[in-house]
Design a protein around this ligand. Structure first.
Ligand code: NDP
Length: 452
């Protein structure tokens, strides 16, 4: 990058940090995108003249609201709710809802910002948004979760709608929560529309939506591996997380011939040297989604596996392929160096921004295959887009039809990354490719629509 570019970034970041103090995840996400797109904007100066990046980092709207609810003992609790409506240049705001005690404005804004580029990459007409609450669903009864969801939706319903803003699930928000949220939305608005995605199959949901993010990660990884003449066959795969994305990434990688050896949660990780099979994956789904247990219980059922606690992560286990599928900044520079030293040659993100900037630097310096979440985990929101289409035309597609579209979208995103990310020495910089490809469409739509 030339001097103008470097100075532009430093000035831009200084202003952003002064205006949004303490929002470190948001700063991190903006800096990464900026580093990719500034040279592109220099080549097309009308984007600089139109102050496109300055406009993109300012959410169109941020809604923060009180969420009061009572627990099973009748005690009152108050949580904070958020919806960041980041960018609607190419379609209604679209992005998940996260329930986790760490949720704050910085995390909401970084996720909504990333979502804008991701949604653009899917080729579907969806803008970027994200929402959530610092509510912790862990240890809560179904009735408590329902009362919380109803209170959350009672306020949120004013700001969303099938043509305005269409939320989905994320950490802590799965099928159960989407059901409670949808039920309350329908009750208050008296309309049965596709305002939320990730719905149950009997009431407007799409086949394959629960599987889509994890499956999409593996379809994208297959494309990446193919650039080096490889596939999942006989590769050892390490996965973090044990939720929706991790479970389905593990299932698909295993079905594509890989030996998947780890899963984790915030307490620690399990290592199964024999790898997962269909029965073990079914056990994990039952454990996490129905019994809502902890991953350490896996070793009681399968004693050949080992559990390591105290919040440790699985990155020290030697592997060929790593799929971080838990949360942001879960893989730091030291972990990245360990992975590379142990022979890992492919890292494909299922979570949003799981690798720190130092980790990304280590992967790219070693020239291993590395894809950011906004490219490789876009299968989830893409299938949400397909759910919206099915709802609009009041039809239901078969699993084969949805899977074929998911496959096509992941292949298209991979091609876009190659187009904009291939460097002079032939190395595919997926960060650059995804950022530029995602940026172009949104930026040009903003120019077309005037100063709004
Ligand atoms: P889930 O709630 O289903 O699972 C999250 C998993 O990550 C759990 O095992 C959880 O463990 C673990 N986890 C969460 N926070 C932390 C933390 N601070 N440290 C360590 N482990 C943690 O969420 P999803 O699987 O839906 O989401 C996982 C990631 O994928 C997120 O980054 C999300 O934004 C991203 N994503 C999800 C999509 C989707 O369709 N669901 C789409 C695209 C991206 P514990 O139970 O201990 O909290």
């Amino acid at each position: 990058m030339d001097n103008f570019g470097k100075k532009y970034i430093e000035r831009f970041m200084a202003e952003l940090e002064a205006k949004n103090p303490g929002e470190k995840e948001f700063h991190q996400a903006v800096r990464e995108v900026l580093t990719s797109v500034v040279p592109y904007m220099q080549a097309y100066p009308y984007l600089l003249d139109n102050k496109i990046m300055e406009r993109m980092v300012e959410p169109e709207r941020v809604i923060i609201f009180r969420v009061p609810w009572t627990d099973d003992q009748g005690e009152i609790h108050v949580n904070r709710g958020f919806r960041v409506q980041m960018n609607s240049a190419i379609g209604p705001y679209k992005g998940g809802i996260r329930f986790h005690p760490s949720v704050n404005l910085s995390i909401m804004k970084f996720l909504a910002f990333e979502q804008t580029f991701k949604n653009s990459l899917t080729t579907l007409p969806m803008g970027g948004g994200k929402g959530g609450s610092d509510f912790n669903p862990r240890g809560k009864s179904d009735a408590e979760v329902m009362r919380f969801c109803q209170s959350f939706m009672t306020e949120l319903q004013r700001y969303i709608g099938q043509d305005t803003d269409v939320p989905a699930g994320d950490i802590g928000v799965g099928g159960r929560e989407i059901g409670f949220l949808f039920g309350q939305y329908k009750r208050l608005r008296d309309e049965f529309t596709g305002t939320l995605t990730g719905k149950g199959l009997a009431w407007g949901g799409s086949l394959l939506r629960p599987e889509a993010t994890g499956y999409g990660v593996c379809y994208f990884a297959e494309q990446m591996l193919a650039t080096r003449g490889k596939s999942f066959k006989d590769q050892v795969v390490v996965i973090s997380g044990a939720g929706n994305v991790a479970q389905h990434a593990a299932e698909k990688a295993m079905r594509l011939g890989a030996k998947v050896v780890t899963l984790s949660d915030s307490d620690g990780f399990i290592y199964d040297p024999d790898g997962f099979d269909e029965e073990k994956i079914a056990y994990v789904k039952q454990l996490k989604n129905v019994r809502r247990g902890r991953i350490k219980e896996y070793v009681t059922q399968y004693p050949k596996a080992q559990y390591t606690g105290e919040g440790t992560k699985p990155w020290g286990i030697p592997c060929d392929i790593a799929l971080p599928c838990a949360t942001q900044n879960e893989l730091d520079g030291a972990a990245a160096k360990t992975l590379v030293a142990n022979g890992c040659y492919c890292v494909v993100e299922g979570a949003n921004m799981p690798s720190t900037p130092e980790a990304i630097e280590a992967f790219q310096a070693a020239k291993i295959l590395y894809s950011p979440g906004k490219a490789s985990n876009a299968g989830g929101v893409a299938t949400s887009g397909l759910e919206m289409t099915q709802n609009s035309v009041r039809q239901k597609w078969t699993a084969e039809e949805v899977d074929a579209q998911l496959h096509r979208i992941m292949t298209d995103i991979h091609e876009a990354c190659i187009k904009y990310g291939t460097e002079e020495d032939g190395y595919i910089n997926y960060v650059k490719g995804a950022n530029i490809a995602g940026f172009i469409k949104v930026a040009n739509a903003m120019v077309d629509q005037g100063l709004v």
